[in-house]
Design a binder for this molecule. Structure first.
Ligand code: NI
Length: 172
């Protein structure tokens, strides 16, 4: 396992549409393990392969308080979504220190393959519903700030570019 580098908004690679995982093999299991390690190290609740520049349909999550309930979803599909919507504050490891309220389905049922390639379903609500919809957006090249107004998004883009520049200068 190894910690992976997370792409930062507005990196254009975050807008890549992921292709399905063709085979759940050792390469995919190693990638999932490294993504979980990276997610825990960065104190995130979810991470999509897109964010580590791998454009295949794979996400990892852990929304438990105890941080010991890792979930790997390969080729996830939403098979049901509630009409009821809910607003929650979201953040993203690709957009550090930016949080804003986003409206999504309050509950979703998601079908995916696990690490052994076996199909399973989860009924998600609360934080896990927010997280799975947020991570699945990454797989279609969508970052949560794209739900915000153009003005807010421009401010975030400018802030991120400046922060990355400052960090690079500090390292030089
Ligand atoms: Ni994210």
């Amino acid at each position: 396992m190894a910690q992976l580098t997370i792409l930062r908004y507005p990196d254009p690679r975050l807008h890549t549409v992921a292709r399905p995982v063709a085979a759940v093999d050792e390469r995919i299991r190693a990638l999932a393990a490294s993504m979980l390690e990276t997610m825990y190290a960065e104190s995130g609740v979810g991470l999509a392969a897109t964010q580590v520049d791998v454009h295949e349909r794979l996400i990892v999550m852990d929304t438990s308080d105890s941080r010991d309930q890792p979930l790997v979803l390969i080729n996830p599909e939403i098979v049901w979504a509630s009409d009821e919507l809910a607003v929650a504050e979201e953040g993203c490891l690709s957009v550090p220190q930016v949080y804003d309220k986003i409206e999504r389905h309050a509950r979703v049922k998601v079908r995916a393959l696990d690490r052994d390639g076996q199909p399973f379903e989860i009924d998600a609500e609360g934080l896990s519903a927010v997280c799975v919809q947020h991570e699945m957006d990454h797989l279609r090249g969508k970052v949560f700030v794209e739900y915000l107004s153009g003005l807010k998004r421009d401010r975030i883009r400018t802030k991120m570019l400046k922060r990355t520049r400052d960090e690079q200068r500090a390292r030089a």
